[in-house]
Design a protein around this ligand. Structure first.
Ligand SMILES: [Zn+2]
Length: 267
C-alpha cells in the first residue's frame, strides 16, 4: 500500500514529463486515441540480434549508427517487462530514474545495472528544478545520487532535469556535481499519446544517427512499443547503446546540455 501511494503521488507529478511545465493540455490531448493491444512477444531473428548491442570499442559511435534510448521517471511496475525485452534484443538503454522511485523499487534498479544499462539522475521527486532555490536543486540532485549509489552501487554521471527545465543556477549546481545535462533529440510524446503504434512510428521516422530518444517506462503503452522500435531501428542499421557509450570519445562538460552526439565536441 505504501508503495502504491508513493507511486500515485509521483505519477501525479509526472503527468507530463516531456512537456514544458507551463504548457496546458488541450482537449485534443485528452481525447488522444488509446489503442490497447495484447503484447505479442516474438523471439528476435538471431541474425538481426547479432550486432545490436555495443561491441566494446570505446569510440564505437564515432562511426557506427548509434542511438541512445532513454527511459524516464521509473522504475515502476512495467520496468521489469521492459528489461526482458531489451535483454532479448541485447539492447542497452539509459534509465533516468526518480530518486523517490528508486527507494520504492531498489531491486529493479539493481537489475538495470546488472544487465548493463546506465542509470542516471532525474531528480528526487520530478521537481521543476528551474523553479527551486539553490538549496532545493542541490537536495534534489544529492538525494537521488545517494539513493542510486546506496541501492545499486552505481554512481550516476548524468543529469536530466525534469521537463528539460534548467537555468543558469541548475547548470552551475549540476556542474558542481560533475554532471552534464542530457536532454533529448527525439520526443515521440509518449507521455501524452498512450498509443503504441503511434509512438513506434514517431520514433522510427524521427530518429537519426547519434540521437538521444526520450521515452517513459512508467507507461505500459510505451513499453509495448519497444519491440517495434528495436526491430524498426535495427532494420535501419542502428545500434542501441547507453548515453555514456553514445558520447564516448567526445567531451561532455559538466553543467552543459547535450541532445545528440553530433553536437558534442570530439576529444
Ligand atoms: Zn520525467
Amino acid at each position: 500500500m505504501k508503495r502504491l501511494v508513493a507511486a500515485l503521488a509521483v505519477l501525479a507529478a509526472l503527468a507530463a514529463c516531456g512537456q514544458a511545465p507551463d504548457r496546458v493540455h488541450t482537449s485534443a490531448d485528452a481525447d488522444a486515441p488509446v489503442v490497447v493491444r495484447p503484447m505479442v512477444f516474438r523471439e528476435p531473428d538471431p541474425d538481426m540480434r547479432r550486432g545490436l548491442g555495443p561491441d566494446g570499442r570505446p569510440d564505437l559511435c564515432a562511426r557506427a549508427k548509434c542511438v541512445a534510448l532513454t527511459f524516464d521517471d521509473g522504475p515502476m511496475e512495467h520496468t521489469e517487462r521492459l528489461l526482458e525485452m531489451l535483454a532479448r534484443y541485447d539492447a542497452k538503454a539509459t534509465f533516468f530514474v526518480v530518486g523517490q522511485m528508486v527507494e520504492e523499487f531498489p531491486e529493479v534498479v539493481r537489475k538495470e545495472v546488472e544487465q548493463g544499462h546506465e542509470i542516471a539522475n532525474h531528480s528526487w521527486n520530478h521537481a521543476n528544478l528551474a523553479s527551486l532555490s539553490a538549496d532545493g536543486v542541490t537536495a534534489q540532485i544529492q538525494r537521488t545520487q545517494d539513493a542510486i549509489l546506496q541501492h545499486s552501487g552505481y554512481r550516476s554521471v548524468l543529469l536530466r532535469p525534469p521537463y528539460g527545465s534548467s537555468n543558469a543556477q541548475v547548470a552551475k549546481i549540476a556542474a558542481s556535481f560533475g554532471l552534464p545535462e542530457i536532454i533529448w533529440a527525439v520526443d515521440p510524446l509518449d507521455w501524452r499519446d498512450r498509443n503504441s503504434s503511434l509512438i513506434a512510428r514517431r520514433v522510427l521516422s524521427q530518429t537519426g544517427k547519434g540521437d538521444v530518444v526520450l521515452l517513459h517506462d512508467i507507461h505500459a503503452s510505451t513499453v509495448d512499443a519497444v519491440p517495434r522500435i528495436l526491430e524498426g531501428l535495427a532494420a535501419k542499421g542502428f545500434k542501441f547503446v547507453t548515453v555514456s557509450t553514445l558520447f564516448a570519445g567526445t567531451e561532455l562538460k559538466p553543467g552543459h546540455q547535450y541532445r545528440e552526439r553530433h553536437a558534442a565536441v570530439a576529444r
